[in-house]
Design a protein. Structure first.
Length: 133
C-alpha cells in the first residue's frame, strides 16, 4: 500500500511495487496530486538495444532497434507501459552497408506499436525513439 501524505507537506518520496517492472521502485507524489504519484526509477533492463525509462516528469522514453530487408511492412512493438499520449517519435537509419534508402514510411502509429514500410534490398538496421506520457 502507498503511504499517506502528512498534512502540510508538499512532496512524498517512497518505495512501492511498480506494476510495469514488478519490482520495488522509487515514487514521487505531490500532496495535492490525486493518485499514487509516479515512479522515477522504473526502466527496462536492456539499455543497449531496446528499452524504456520513466522520467521524473511522468513522461516515458522508449527506444529500439530492428532490421528489415526488401519491400516489407513490419509491425514494431515498443517495450514498456503503453503511452496515454504519444508526443514525439523518430525512426532513423542506423546502418545499411552501401545501400541507398529508397523510401521508408511509418504507418498506424499508436500507443504501443507502429508499422514500418521499407523499400531497401539489403538488410538495414533502423532505430526508433518515442516520447510520451
Amino acid at each position: 500500500t502507498f503511504p499517506q501524505v502528512v498534512a502540510g507537506t508538499d512532496l512524498l518520496l517512497y518505495v512501492g511495487l511498480d506494476p510495469n517492472t514488478a519490482v520495488s521502485e522509487i515514487y514521487l507524489k505531490r500532496s495535492t496530486d490525486p493518485g499514487n504519484g509516479f515512479s522515477i526509477t522504473a526502466a527496462a533492463s536492456d539499455f543497449a538495444t531496446n528499452g524504456w525509462s520513466a522520467l521524473p516528469s511522468g513522461c516515458y522514453v522508449k527506444w529500439g532497434s530492428f532490421s528489415v530487408a526488401g519491400t516489407v511492412l513490419s509491425t514494431q512493438t515498443m517495450q514498456g507501459p503503453a503511452f496515454t499520449n504519444l508526443n514525439s517519435y523518430t525512426v532513423c537509419v542506423s546502418s545499411n552497408s552501401t545501400t541507398t534508402v529508397a523510401s521508408v514510411a511509418v504507418n498506424n502509429l499508436n500507443t504501443t506499436q507502429f508499422q514500418f514500410l521499407s523499400n531497401v534490398a539489403a538488410v538495414t538496421i533502423y532505430r526508433y525513439l518515442a516520447i510520451g506520457v
